[in-house]
Design a protein around this ligand. Structure first.
Ligand SMILES: Nc1ncnc2c1ncn2[C@@H]1O[C@H](COP(=O)(O)OP(=O)(O)OP(=O)(O)O)[C@@H](O)[C@H]1O
Ligand SMILES: O=P(O)(O)O[C@H]1[C@H](OP(=O)(O)O)[C@@H](OP(=O)(O)O)[C@@H](O)[C@@H](O)[C@@H]1OP(=O)(O)O
Ligand SMILES: [Mg+2]
Ligand SMILES: [Mg+2]
Length: 384
């Protein structure tokens, strides 16, 4: 039995890079949005946006375009400026996520500083490994800066620009002072944290987050050895099989690192408050010997590989956002809805895809997952 109700439909604009669009099943996204009363409209950035609206919300990943504009690329600058003018003139349109919030993640030094200056330390045993920005080619000056910032050897040298071009992911491991010359400024040097070659990627979608396990760098220590150069995408993607991730024989039986639900809930609450974003990813390694969590990377709108039903979760966020304000820029249609409500109650913490090897866990429990499967999601602890 059904009853007739009027459900307002909303137009939601979207823009993703070609690379991201190829990876996403956009047809599926369109279908899920359609069922939720959202009309997805692909935005053409080379045409006036005002001619493509109206929109209730816009979801995008324009980090690369913003980064290029900030570096002075004229074409990107034109796109970003006209987009920002449009947003300014239409303040009711919800942007997921706002440009200024994304900008804080474009530069690694800025990101780490922001997190370090937040209330993160109140969450418990979690830290950002010591880091410093290197902007000069003067090796002596860089050595001095490294010392002053408490960055120890080995350290990971990362390009200052965090997103976009392939260059953003070209890194090196510097093992001793004599190799500081191998740093390529502008970059950020960050103390290497031994973590038994396991990385936890925490993918945030609105108030939910999902944990996925990935391969990572093996345990390195200071030594008079040459710099190792690597591409981060060769190390920590789901199917990466880098030699840099193979633990030494005497460490192969080390206890597999785990991540604790309650501490993680607190960390993610703090980060969400600090960043004010709906779509982001956090890379955490568990420090060998102490078990403390080291936050080593934060990504705007990451790939979400391994997160079950990604589009369903994103659509829920979009729907909540467009419905949180007076209906503007929307049209109404009449549909038939079932008199029985769809099970929408929030169960707090629940498991994702049941085919994954994972344990349901409430707070206070350690959990372990098969690599690349979504570990769990928490829906109750991240507050806007
Ligand atoms: N401080 C650190 N201590 C130990 N390992 C680290 C550290 N920083 C980075 N790594 C290793 O290097 C890899 C790449 O680092 P990072 O995540 O900063 O790069 P990225 O290019 O921004 O990655 P992403 O693809 O997630 O954006 C990590 O997945 C991890 O294996
Ligand atoms: O999704 P995009 O194409 O934008 O690429 C992002 C990539 O996702 P992918 O794995 O699908 O390539 C992310 O990896 P995961 O954290 O999800 O592993 C991470 O590397 C981001 O920094 C990349 O953003 P970019 O640096 O390119 O702006
Ligand atoms: Mg990373
Ligand atoms: Mg990153």
């Amino acid at each position: 039995m059904g009853s007739e109700t009027t459900v307002p439909r909303h137009r939601v604009g979207y823009w993703f890079s070609e690379k991201k669009s190829k990876k996403f099943n956009l047809e599926e996204f369109h279908g899920i949005c359609d069922q939720a009363g959202l009309d997805l409209i692909k935005i053409n950035l080379t045409l006036p946006i005002e001619d493509q609206g109206p929109f209730s919300a816009i979801i995008h990943k324009m980090t690369d375009v913003i980064a290029q504009a900030d570096l002075g690329d004229p074409e990107s600058l034109t796109i970003v400026q006209s987009f920002e003018r449009f947003i300014c003139a239409n303040p009711k349109i919800k942007i997921i996520d706002p440009f200024d919030n994304l900008r804080q993640l474009l530069d690694r030094y800025q990101t780490y500083s922001k997190i370090n200056n937040s209330d993160l330390h109140k969450a418990g045993e979690v830290f950002v490994p010591p880091f410093v920005d290197l902007v000069s080619n003067d090796v002596e000056e860089n050595i001095r800066k490294l010392r002053e910032a408490g960055v120890r050897y080995p350290f990971v040298c990362k390009p200052a620009v965090a997103h976009g071009s392939k260059m953003a992911h070209q890194m090196s491991i510097i093992f001793h002072e004599g190799a500081v010359k191998d740093c390529e400024p502008p970059c950020v040097a960050q103390t290497f944290i031994p973590h038994d070659a396991i990385l936890f990627k925490i993918f945030v979608i609105g108030k939910k987050y999902f944990v996925v396990e990935r391969p990572s760098l093996k345990n390195f220590s200071a030594a008079e050895i040459p710099t190792i150069f690597f591409d981060s995408h060769d190390v920590s993607k789901p199917d990466s099989v880098s030699l840099l991730s193979v633990l030494d024989d005497d460490e192969k039986c080390n206890v597999h690192p785990t991540i604790n639900g309650e501490l993680l809930d607190r960390v993610m609450s703090m980060l969400r408050i600090a960043l004010e974003m709906n779509l982001f990813g956090v890379d955490i390694v568990v420090e060998k010997n102490t078990g403390h969590y080291a936050i080593i990377d934060i990504n705007a709108f990451p790939g979400y590989e391994g997160v079950p039903d990604f589009f369903t979760h994103v659509t829920e966020v979009l729907k909540a956002i467009v419905e949180s304000s007076p209906v503007s820029s929307s049209s109404s249609i009449t549909t038939t809805t079932s008199s029985r409500g769809v099970g929408e109650e929030d169960s707090g913490i629940d498991t994702g895809d049941s085919s994954d090897e994972k344990r349901h866990q409430g707070n206070n429990q350690s959990v372990r997952v098969k690599r690349s499967s979504a570990l769990f999601n928490s829906t109750n602890n991240i507050q806007i």
